[in-house]
Design a protein around this ligand. Structure first.
Ligand code: PMP
Length: 439
């Protein structure tokens, strides 16, 4: 037996996983998101993180919430601490219908399923609709958490072009034709029409009917993900896709951005038959959503000025958006371009040709600023010239400082590019390789 070639697996190196042969094939699609890998470094206090999309919870009235939760346990504890219905409490589902009415949706509480965040809704919808190899259409770029879910169920994502007015209807037609010609089946269009994550753009109202018509003509379901719809900076809302089509749209909502993500309360509104399948899927995952956090949200909606709280959030985020755009105008070098969000949390930045946002991230973190590289938001590794900047959490002063640092990083990269004709690529672990496409 040679010393090297035939070591038992447990001695060959700690990276060998003894369970490797046991995992289901679908685990191949379960990979850590680029955002997760980043959190550890980006959360150091000296780093201005424009990476994570964490709501600005300091805007919440914590003391009165605490009093309310205490009172809720004292008066409703026997139900709030008990198992509940797989679909969620009737009281909360009725309140959710009132929330959705703000975006023109008329719905019955029977068709609402309460979920553990809208992320669970995404998981359930994908589980119920997608077999391995099925195609999901998604905007280019799209929400990293949704891409992770589609990949975990071995669905293939085909991206559809967006412009400043959101998804491009003609590009949707072309994508549908191309997938059909390739013999594959499109199960649904996944879209975030309002203040999109990560691009910050909003689907023009004039395009909404056309998108719905195209999907109906091609027998493709629409999955509308709308966690940011009430966070328009001028208080503006847009008619939800679901408000115009109750039969072919599955709608995902969340209290994560309008109240608090730690509660993990979201929902799915679905046509009746789909709703029944979703309840079964939910039951097998969690038995029932937490009665406790549902009771907290219900009480919050009935006792607090929740619309006033959303207005407070909007004002905080508008101030941060303004600080971000002003700093970008002031500091970023020529050749950069970015979106101008009218709501939500994100700006999408395109950097000058020849730069690679993933490769330069370690240098940015060294210079104490973090962002998410654009490739995280594509299933096909596009996006190397893009990055997402989140302005929701840092103060306006920190945002300005972060953008100033980012500008210095970009200038440094451009200097390297001009001097050497290439930017040395360095991975997060520090290894260096030349960037082939920047010569
Ligand atoms: N969809 C989108 C577009 C999001 O941005 C997020 C959170 N970043 C989610 C879904 C998941 O939200 P939650 O599970 O907290 O409701």
């Amino acid at each position: 037996m040679s010393e090297t070639g035939s070591q038992p697996a447990h001695q060959a190196g700690r990276s060998l996983d003894p369970h490797l042969g046991r995992y289901a094939a679908r685990t191949a699609g379960m990979t850590a998101s680029e955002i997760r890998a980043l959190f550890a470094v980006a959360s150091r206090p000296e780093v201005v993180s424009l990476a994570g999309g964490m709501p600005y919870l300091s805007a919440l009235p914590l003391e009165s919430l605490a009093a309310d939760v205490g009172q809720m346990v004292a008066t409703e504890g026997l139900t709030a601490l008990q198992y509940g219905s797989a679909q969620g409490t009737v009281e909360l589902r009725e309140q959710i219908c009132e929330v959705m009415a703000l975006e023109g949706i008329s719905a019955h509480p029977d068709d609402v399923v309460v979920t553990v965040g809208s992320q669970m809704g995404l998981d359930m919808v994908t589980r119920v609709f997608c077999d391995p190899g099925d195609v999901v259409l998604a905007e280019a770029p799209s929400y990293v958490g949704a891409l992770g879910t589609f990949s975990a169920y071995q669905a293939q994502v085909v991206h559809v072009e967006m412009d400043d007015a959101g998804l491009v209807p003609e590009a949707l037609r072309q994508a549908l034709a191309a997938v059909r010609a390739s013999g594959r089946r499109v199960k649904f269009l996944y879209t975030i029409p309002n203040f999109q994550n990560p691009a910050g753009v909003t689907l023009a109202v004039q395009r909404r009917g056309e998108i719905l018509d195209i999907c109906a003509q091609h027998d493709v379901l629409v999955v509308e993900d709308n966690p940011y719809g009430l966070l328009g900076f001028d208080g503006q809302t847009y008619p939800a896709l679901r408000s115009a089509d109750a039969t072919n749209v599955v709608y995902l909502g969340s209290f994560s951005k309008t109240f608090a993500p730690g509660l993990r309360v979201g929902w799915v509104l679905a046509p009746h038959a789909v709703r029944e399948k979703l309840v079964l899927a939910a039951e097998s995952a969690t038995l029932c959503p937490p009665a406790f956090t549902q009771a907290v949200v219900s009480r919050y909606l009935s006792q607090h000025d929740w619309k006033g709280q959303i207005k407070t959030y909007r004002e905080e985020y508008r101030e941060r958006r303004d600080a971000t755009l002003a700093a970008m105008d002031q500091y970023l070098p020529a050749g950069c371009a970015w979106t101008k969000p009218a709501g939500g949390f994100y700006v999408w930045l395109t950097v000058p040709e020849g730069l690679d946002t993933k490769a330069m991230l370690p240098r940015a973190v060294t210079q104490r600023v973090a962002y998410v590289p654009g490739t995280a938001f594509y299933a096909d590794s596009f996006g190397s010239r893009q990055m997402r900047l989140s302005y929701c959490y840092p103060t306006p002063e920190r945002i300005r400082e972060g953008v100033r640092r980012l500008a210095a990083v970009l200038e440094g990269e451009m200097d390297l590019l001009h001097t050497f004709g290439t930017v040395r690529r360095r991975t997060l672990s520090g290894a260096q390789t030349p960037t082939p496409d920047t010569a």
